[in-house]
Design a protein. Structure first.
Length: 94
């Protein structure tokens, strides 16, 4: 939940500092795992917070979700929707 921003400039500086610190921590964790490979499997993936698991799944799903439509697909959808709206208009619902 975002906190109220009393001083937007100070808030932005704090936000940048937090992002930089997080990147430092991620880098440090990667170095530790490189030095001690057995640490990679030292936690149970089922013990991760639910919010983390959901966010991780969402980014995977979003990355592979959509491919651009071909012109033929766009034309088919356009024709289908025009037919749909014409039928709705004729029935008095639209």
């Amino acid at each position: 939940m975002p906190r109220p921003k009393k001083d937007p400039h100070l808030y932005e500086l704090a936000k940048r500092g937090a992002e930089a610190r997080l990147q430092d921590l991620i880098h440090e964790a990667k170095l530790l795992i490189a030095l001690f490979p057995h640490l990679r499997d030292s936690f149970d993936k089922d013990e991760l917070p639910v919010s983390f698991i959901l966010k991780q799944g969402a980014t995977r799903a979003a990355g592979a979700a959509r491919k651009p439509w071909t012109p033929a697909q766009r034309k088919a959808v356009s024709h289908r929707m025009k037919k749909y709206w014409a039928a709705r208009k004729a029935s008095g619902k639209g």
